[in-house]
Design a protein around this ligand. Structure first.
Ligand code: ACO
Length: 398
C-alpha cells in the first residue's frame, strides 16, 4: 500500500482534483459500488435482495455493525430505538421559534444540531457506549423531528410518538395522523416507504457522507457531523434533486411545453435548465436503485389508486433522453431521485419534504461511516491542499 501523505511530503507533489473525481479519501468496508455494471451492495449483500426482504432497521444494523443482526439483536435494537423517540419538551418548543414557511431541511439540520445541546453526555467520541447511545438517539429522534418539521409547515399540532408501532408506521402516523381521529396505517404505503428508505441507506463517499466524515475527522460528535451531512444533502445536485425533479415535471406540465422541446433546452445548456434526476458521478450505465424505484412507482400508484400525469411525463422524459445521442455520449441515466418524488407525492408528502425523507433513509449510512472513521487508527483530520493562484505579495502602502 502507498502512504500518499508521506509520498507528498517526500516529492512535493500535489494532485489537483476538482470534485475529488479520482481521489480516494479513505478505505471503507461498508458499501461496494460498480458504476459500470450498476452494482450496489451493502456489506456484500445486493441492494435488490435487501430492498425486497429486509426492514429498514435490520439494514441499519448491518451497515453500522457489519453483519446482519440475530433476531434478539434486532429486537433489542428496535426496542431501544422505540424507547428514545420522545423529544425533550424544550426541543419541541424549539420549533416554535422558526418561521412556519421554513424549508423542512433547514428545520431538520437545526434541530439535529440542537441535539448536542440536550445530550451533552453524548459528546465524547471515544466512549463506545456514548457513541452507541448517540446512534440510538439519532435513529429514534430524526423521524420525529422530520415529522414535526412537516406538521409545522401545515400549522398542525405535533403528535407524540406511538411506540407500539414499527419505525416506519410510527413515522407515517406522526406525519399524517391528527389529534382528532385515530390513524390507520396503510400497509402498501408502509412497505413502499420502507423499501425506499432501504434504497437510500448508504452510498459510500457521496457529498453528504464525505461531509459527515470530514466534520467527524475533527472529532466533532455525531449530532454535529450528521447535521452538517443534512446540509450537504440539501443541495439540488445531491439529495435536493428529488424535490427539483418534481418541480421540473410540474413546470413542464404547467407550461404545456412538450417533453422534446424541454430536452432540447437541456441539450442547449440553457441557463438553469438541467434534466434533474439524471446523471451520476459513479453510475455510468444505470443506477440499480432507479430501476427498483421505477418499478415501485407503478406498483404504489396503482395500489393507492392514484393516476399522476407527472409519472407519464417522467416516463416520456426518460424515453426521449435515453434515445438521444447527447445523453448516450455523456452516459446520463435516471438516478435514484428521478422517480422517488412521484411516489412520495402519491403518499401525500409535500414536495418540500422529499429531501427530508432522503435524510431519514441516509442516516444509518452517515452513522456507519462516522463510526468506521472514528475507529480507524489511520484517520487523520481531513484537510485538502490547494494550489494558490492569487496575487503575489503586495504592499499595503500605508
Ligand atoms: N442534465 C443535462 N446534462 C447533464 C446532466 C443532467 N442532469 N448531468 C450531467 N450533464 C452533462 C454535463 O453538462 C456535462 O456535459 P459536458 O461534458 O458537455 O460539459 C456532462 O454531462 C458531465 O457532467 P458533470 O457535471 O461533469 O458530471 P458530474 O459527475 O460532475 O455530476 C451530477 C454528477 C451532479 C449528479 C450531475 O449529473 C447532475 O447535476 N445531475 C442532475 C442533478 C441530480 O439529479 N443529482 C442527484 C444525483 S444522485 C444523488 O445525489 C442521490
Amino acid at each position: 500500500s502507498i502512504d500518499f501523505s508521506t509520498l507528498t511530503k517526500q516529492t512535493g507533489l500535489t494532485s489537483l482534483d476538482y470534485g475529488f473525481v479520482n481521489t480516494a479519501a479513505t478505505r471503507s468496508s461498508i458499501t461496494y459500488i460498480d458504476g459500470e455494471q450498476g452494482i450496489l451492495r451493502y456489506r456484500g449483500y445486493p441492494i435488490e435482495q435487501l430492498a425486497e426482504n429486509s426492514t429498514f432497521l435490520e439494514v441499519a444494523w448491518l451497515l453500522i455493525h457489519g453483519e446482519l443482526p440475530t433476531p434478539s439483536e434486532l429486537s433489542d435494537f428496535d426496542e431501544r430505538i422505540r424507547r428514545h423517540t420522545l423529544l425533550h419538551e424544550d426541543l419541541r418548543r424549539f420549533f416554535d421559534a422558526l418561521p412556519h414557511d421554513a424549508h423542512p431541511m433547514s428545520v431538520l439540520s437545526s434541530a439535529v444540531s440542537a441535539l448536542s445541546t440536550f445530550y451533552q453526555d453524548s459528546l465524547s467520541v471515544s466512549d463506545p457506549e456514548q457513541v452507541e447511545l448517540s446512534t440510538i438517539r439519532l435513529l429514534a429522534k430524526l423521524p420525529v423531528i422530520a415529522a414535526y418539521a412537516h406538521k409545522k409547515s401545515l400549522g398542525q399540532a405535533f403528535l407524540y410518538p406511538d411506540n407500539s408501532l414499527s419505525f416506519v408506521d410510527n413515522f407515517l402516523r406522526l406525519n399524517f395522523g391528527t389529534l382528532a381521529e385515530p390513524y390507520e396505517v396503510n400497509p402498501v404505503l408502509s412497505r413502499a416507504l420502507e423499501r425506499l428508505l432501504i434504497l437510500h441507506e448508504d452510498h459510500e463517499q457521496n457529498a453528504s457522507t464525505s461531509t459527515v466524515r470530514l466534520v467527524g475527522s475533527t472529532q466533532a460528535n455525531l449530532f454535529a457531523s450528521v447535521s452538517a451531512g443534512i446540509n450537504a444533502l440539501y443541495g439540488p445536485l445531491h439529495g435536493g434533486a428529488n424535490e427539483a425533479v418534481l418541480q421540473m415535471l410540474a413546470g413542464i406540465r404547467d407550461s404545456g411545453e412538450s417533453v422534446a422541446t424541454f430536452v432540447e433546452r437541456v441539450k442547449n445548456k440553457e441557463a438553469g435548465v438541467k434534466l434533474m434526476g439524471f446523471g451520476h458521478r459513479v453510475y455510468k450505465n444505470f443506477d440499480p436503485r432507479a430501476k427498483l424505484v421505477k418499478q415501485s412507482a407503478d406498483e404504489v400508484l396503482e395500489a393507492l389508486g392514484v393516476h399522476d400525469p407527472l409519472l407519464d411525463i417522467a416516463k416520456e422524459l426518460e424515453e426521449v433522453a435515453l434515445a438521444d445521442q447527447y445523453f448516450i455520449d455523456r452516459k446520463l441515466y435516471p438516478n435514484v431521485d428521478f422517480y422517488t418524488g412521484v411516489i412520495y407525492k402519491a403518499m401525500g408528502f409535500p414536495t418540500r419534504m422529499f429531501t427530508v425523507l432522503f435524510a431519514i433513509g441516509r442516516l444509518p449510512g452517515w452513522i456507519a461511516h462516522w463510526r468506521e472513521m472514528n475507529l480507524d487508527p489511520q484517520t487523520k483530520i481531513g484537510r485538502p491542499q490547494q494550489l494558490y493562484v492569487g496575487s503575489p505579495e503586495r504592499d499595503l502602502g500605508r
